[in-house]
Design a protein around this ligand. Structure first.
Ligand code: SAM
Length: 361
């Protein structure tokens, strides 16, 4: 799919863009215009059908194994959780699931993030864990390796050497794969992860405990956290905000501000906003909004991040937004230079770099 996508961009420039210019006497201004021009194009239709099918097959490739072993995986997760060890798990069976999660199967994953098929179930988490490994197999990002978290943690180390966080909160932590690497980079850190999905949190807790990480997982809605004010030095999220409505994101930013101590830092890894990339890449990225059950994708990318962080309470001059290289794909000295803003990070796409934004409390 990665090769076909690169080929599609060439095809667009060689054919669809030329036709557009001939007809309109100008270049397309936006991803929306390019999408309209591409809708009847045979290459786009074939690529789009293949991509949709590849997304479905991602889940189908792991579903039978997960279903066959569901009882055993859940029993093992429960056994690890009963063992003495670091960290904890706090579930809230009364928590109402947000509509953004229940309305449709995001990424076409059967059951979405939250469905429980039996008491103590972790099969949704096993689907997510193994499915995302299949999905990212051809990319540089290797989702389960925690590359986003490792990159952000090293970015903080390089760009703010005096910052030494003790308490971390990961919002929408899923199975915790983008949480644990922070504790590798900052060994003094105590991790907290919240998510609405009980199966994912059970899995995350069993995994962190069996690996010996002190992480406290808790089932909460990010719009209304139960932590006291100023509880954390670092609040992060990854691949989370683009799945939320604008009104949810405003509440999440306000909660992040509230639970950070003064001087604490918020960092989100997200899709690059519409104004940070060219019109073709906007068209390409927004594909998920139309065909991959990601209804907020395009609206999130239009969200004015700096203004919204300021509305949440953060000082405007503390806002930052940039690409950082994916840790491990460039040398450590190149990474450090990019982190300090001395050289540009690679272009966004296929896990070569991450787009991050945030602010200081
Ligand atoms: C795409 S996943 C994020 C994955 C994870 N951060 C990572 O990088 O692998 C989005 C997660 O957010 C959770 N979620 C969605 N809405 C939420 C909310 N309002 N509060 C807390 N968690 C939420 C979902 O259950 C899901 O696990």
């Amino acid at each position: 799919m990665v090769d076909l996508a690169q080929q599609m961009r060439r095809h667009y420039h060689d054919s669809v863009e030329l036709q557009f210019r001939e007809k309109q006497g100008r270049m397309p201004h936006s991803g929306t215009e390019i999408r309209r021009a591409m809708l009847e194009d045979a290459y786009f239709k074939a690529w789009s059908a293949l991509r949709y099918s590849a997304q479905e097959q991602t889940w189908w490739s792991v579903q039978p194994q997960v279903e066959r072993n569901a009882a055993q995986i859940s029993a093992e997760a429960a056994a690890v959780a009963r063992r003495r060890g670091p960290g904890s798990l706090r579930l809230d069976p009364k928590l109402a699931m947000p509509r953004d999660v229940t309305a449709m199967d995001i990424h076409l994953m059967p059951g979405c993030f939250h469905t429980e098929y039996s008491p103590g179930d972790v099969s949704t988490a096993a689907m997510y864990w193994h499915g995302t490994a299949v999905f990212s197999a051809g990319l540089k990002m290797r989702h389960n390796g925690g590359g986003v978290a490792r990159s952000i943690a090293h970015f903080l180390k390089c760009s703010r050497p005096d910052f030494s966080p003790k308490h971390l909160l990961d919002i929408g932590c899923s199975a915790g794969n983008q949480l644990l690497p922070y504790l590798d980079v900052y060994p003094e850190l105590i991790g907290h992860g919240i998510d609405v999905s009980a199966p994912l949190l059970r899995y995350a807790h069993a995994r962190a405990r069996s690996l010996g990480y002190p992480v406290h997982y808790s089932q909460q809605d990010a719009r209304s956290l139960d932590y006291p004010d100023a509880s954390f030095d670092l609040v992060v999220s990854s691949f989370f905000l683009h799945e939320q409505s604008p009104s949810t994101n405003r509440k999440v930013l306000r909660e992040a501000y509230r639970v950070l101590r003064p001087g604490g830092i918020m960092v989100h890894m997200e899709l690059p906003p519409t104004n940070a990339v060219d019109p073709y890449y906007n068209f390409y990225l927004d594909w998920d909004a139309y065909y991959n059950n990601e209804p907020h994708y395009a609206s999130f990318r239009k969200f004015d991040l700096a203004t919204e962080c300021a509305k949440a309470g953060f000082a405007s001059d503390s806002f930052f937004a940039r690409r950082i290289p994916n840790w491990g794909t460039v040398s450590e000295s190149e990474f450090a230079e990019s982190a300090r803003g001395e050289r540009p990070a690679p272009e966004h796409g296929n896990g070569a770099s991450w787009y991050i934004f945030g602010a200081v409390r």
